[in-house]
Design a protein. Structure first.
Length: 106
């Protein structure tokens, strides 16, 4: 994988992370407004809100992985380790799965 390919993938991953966080934040605000107007909705919407908070946590984990990869790259600019490549691939796959709606529901 060339340096340009890696930079493109990292830029795409960061963009996806930011988009996911924005959507989740907007949705959580909407849920909070609904609950404040109708407390009965709390029992139905709380599990939905929890799922979106998990999404925000995953995006934070992805950011930490990208920062770690960038830090390693700054220390040793020769190449990425196999683990780094796997982490990037996993992040991209997760983003692609979420954007296509194929994410598994637990």
């Amino acid at each position: 994988m060339s340096k340009n390919d890696l930079e493109t993938l990292m830029t795409e991953a960061l963009s996806n992370i930011r988009d996911d966080r924005k959507v989740a934040r907007e949705f959580l605000n909407e849920i909070a407004n609904i609950i404040s107007n109708d407390t009965e909705q709390n029992k139905y919407l709380s599990p939905v809100a929890a799922k979106h908070i998990e999404t925000l946590q995953r995006s934070n984990e992805q950011l930490v992985k990208i920062i770690s990869i960038q830090s390693k790259k700054a220390e040793d600019s020769s190449s990425l380790s196999d683990l780094d490549r796997e982490n990037l691939f996993d992040m991209i796959q997760t983003s692609n799965t979420k954007s296509t709606g194929e994410e598994d529901v637990q």
